[in-house]
Design a protein around this ligand. Sequence first.
Ligand SMILES: NC(=O)c1ccc[n+]([C@@H]2O[C@H](COP(=O)([O-])OP(=O)(O)OC[C@H]3O[C@@H](n4cnc5c(N)ncnc54)[C@H](O)[C@@H]3O)[C@@H](O)[C@H]2O)c1
Length: 378
Amino acid sequence: MLQRARQVFLGARAFSSSTRSTDVVVLSEEVRSFVRRCMIAVGTRTDHAESLAELLVVADERGHYSHGLNRLGMYVSDVFSKTTRTDTEPKIVKHTPATAFIDGRNALGPVVGKVCIDTAINKAKSVGVGWVACTNSNHYGIAGWYAIRAADQGLIGMSFTNTSPLTVPTRSREAVLGTNPIAVAAPGKDGDHFVLDMATSTVSIGKVEVNLRKGMAIPSGWGVNSKGVETHKPQAVLSDGGLLPVGGTEISGGYKGYGLATMVEMFCGILAGASYGPHVRKWMGDDDKIANLGQCFVAVNPNMFASGFSDRLADLMTILRNLPPADGETDVMVAGDPERQHLEKVKQLGGIPYHPAVIAALDTLADEQQVARIKSQN
Ligand SMILES: NC(=O)c1ccc[n+]([C@@H]2O[C@H](COP(=O)([O-])OP(=O)(O)OC[C@H]3O[C@@H](n4cnc5c(N)ncnc54)[C@H](O)[C@@H]3O)[C@@H](O)[C@H]2O)c1
């Protein structure tokens, strides 16, 4: 189990939002329960297992399969190998009315993240803004979960994390930055949030792996080979190349994604005194090392500025969605719409659709942990 801990065991469908007749539909509550049983089987505290379960189910419901059940094996083996602790709680080290510096004490990422965003939310409600940085954290899943938690309470929420180095800075041949995601969520009207939740690499490493399995070339802008030269061969990226930052190569503005990835690193590893850049443990092969990730969480109360924030945001989103599509295109969307469509599909299906290959991998995990396999609806 530990050997393949960091591998993503996704099927080809894992990143596609289309549903196929062969998909296996699982109730959200069963997904939650499955996460709990697997995590508790390796000694995770029930409340910590619950925090992780909540996050993974939301990732899958939103269609970000790369960060849902797909990653459960990684969390299981991190707890099993004690590279992540479950007998601990995050601790506030320093604070002011608007800021907090938190030591995650190597707890599971979602446990640390929840404490951090709730601290930022409370500060924003009290003084208008809360900025929280934490050290000693772990993989915290989808960055959007934390930002949405603030938006659900009428605030602008932001969340950032550094990650294992996989992204190549513009003009370099070495992957020394993570896929360092950025999430910004804000409340429009009637629960219609703006939710930008994105990696600062063009794609995640999982998408390159999917193309390799399908025997497909990767598009321009995804990755480079060991010489730092753009490649269409997934194997060249995976073996000793790297991902390109958002924007691709220099000619298409990849330096902007590079700048954003560095900014995230500044807010996270640098600000919080955690591991940063090439010092963060590798995605594969460093399984016995502690991650010591840095993360950053911000909440801002829009009522501290011009009144009518949500009305204007809703108006802007309506303008954008109603734009005439370019030739051959479907409807214009705003950030958060693809995930909203996936949530709607989950609702219609009465559960989350998974590729059978994902379920087969989860069955293997369940057997290894000697817990009940995941139950499907079909
Ligand atoms: N914890 C980690 O280590 C880590 C690292 C990287 C990414 N992630 C997570 O992985 C998930 C996937 O990231 P990603 O970059 O692959 O996401 P993505 O490329 O699927 O989407 C990025 C953003 O673009 C928006 N979007 C997509 N299509 C759009 C369109 N046509 N018009 C307008 N907006 C559109 C989405 O709503 C989303 O906000 C995120 O939840 C991210 O937080 C986590």
